[in-house]
Design a protein around this ligand. Structure first.
Ligand SMILES: [Mn+2]
Length: 381
């Protein structure tokens, strides 16, 4: 057969609202632009790389409330890729439901939306491929879609696509929409299965047959839990089978640096420890979180505001996560014949007789008190 190239992406979450997240609203706008830009680059890659197919395995939109501008943008991008067949299998965020832009808008002729909670096939004889897909019609799906997938005819290469949850490896806190196991896909003449829903790019183990099953992952991360470069999959099918490779598409990267402060006694050392990661751990377009850990030397005056000002311009956004604790020897302080010593002795007695729930608050109070009595800035945690 003539080689067929395809792109597999999912979970683009266009028009994500970043309100309520940890980033300022000016960056929310830039992030939404970046997400649109990612989709544009994916479609450009399809045209440039002569991919005949683009598979979008659900959650193209964050919700039904898609701005008219975003809808127009999408239509224009799809129209530009007129030679590419685009397949969309709606997911839990963007089901084919009443009010969905999938139903309300008219889409270019090269776009096919799987609009039913049933498996439907589209024949592409010119490519020697059949694309079989399943679409969510509601914001949830408890039934197991792949149980209903029939064995497919073996006359063409079969690509199957859906938004679904691999029960073999559910990420923490992820809802299990459209649950399945790889055994439900094996033995059905599937060559490639394009999935969406889980945001990490990874292959699903399939001991049952040769079907390649992949999650493409989110192409542009949306938080510190989606750190590092993100991308999509570029695939090729020929007589030798199916191969896919990951390609990076993300514009803004989220990253967390963990800085151990045990050895530091000045702010400059903290600063140096951060900037040592410039170019590798972060760049000008990184949303960077710096997590400070370890025991702080009492001489170190950790003014995060000043540190932040000295790092301004290094990255797109800098956020501190201060998990350090001051290196204070409370036993030693308790031995002092000072007000501070008396305070610590009293607090030690209360901590000893406290129950587990109270203890943590009392320990914090002891720390704040010692800092205040020492004339130091009290940093609440
Ligand atoms: Mn989803």
């Amino acid at each position: 057969m003539k080689p067929v190239r395809f792109i597999h992406t999912s979970d683009i979450h266009l028009d994500t609202s970043f309100s309520g997240s940890e980033i300022p609203s000016r960056l929310g706008d830039r992030k939404r632009e970046a997400i649109r830009g990612t989709l544009r680059r994916i479609l450009e890659d399809a045209r440039r790389g002569e991919a005949g197919l683009v598979l979008i395995a659900g959650d193209l939109f964050e919700s039904d409330r898609v701005s008219p501008d975003t809808c127009e943008f999408l239509k224009q991008q799809f129209e530009k890729a007129a030679g590419v067949r685009i397949f969309i299998a709606p997911g839990n965020h963007d089901p084919f439901a009443k009010g969905s832009p999938y139903r309300e808008a008219s889409w270019p002729g090269n776009v096919h939306i799987f609009d039913a909670e049933e498996w439907r096939s589209v024949e592409l004889p010119e490519l020697g491929v059949r694309v079989t897909g399943f679409g969510f019609q509601h914001h949830f799906l408890e039934t197991r879609p792949f149980l209903k997938l029939p064995p497919l005819p073996g006359d063409r290469v079969n690509i199957v696509m859906a938004h679904a949850s691999d029960l073999g490896s559910v990420p923490a806190g992820k809802s299990k929409h459209g649950p399945f196991t790889a055994a439900e896909i094996a033995g059905k003449n599937v060559q490639y299965c394009a999935l969406g829903h889980y945001h990490e790019q990874r292959r699903v183990e399939n001991p049952g047959d040769d079907a390649l099953i992949w999650y493409s992952g989110i192409p542009e991360g949306r938080g510190w839990d989606e750190a590092g470069p993100r991308g999509y999959l570029f695939g090729e099918i020929d007589d030798g089978g199916v191969r896919v490779e990951g390609r990076v598409s993300s514009r803004f990267d989220w990253n967390t640096l963990e800085i151990g402060c045990d050895e530091f006694s000045t702010r400059e050392q903290v600063l140096d420890a951060v900037t040592r990661h410039r170019g590798v751990g972060y760049g000008a377009e990184t949303l960077l979180r710096v997590r400070l850990v370890g025991a702080l030397d009492p001489r170190l005056d950790l003014s995060l505001q000043e540190l932040g000002e000295r790092l301004a311009g290094e990255c797109l956004l800098l956020q501190w996560d201060d998990a350090s604790h001051p290196a204070i020897d409370f036993d030693q302080v308790a031995g002092e014949r000072t007000l501070r010593g008396r305070f610590v002795r009293l607090m030690n007695e209360r901590i000893e007789s406290a129950d587990a729930g109270e203890r943590e608050a009392l320990e914090r109070a002891r720390l704040y008190g010692v800092q205040a009595l020492g004339g130091r800035e009290v940093r609440l945690r």
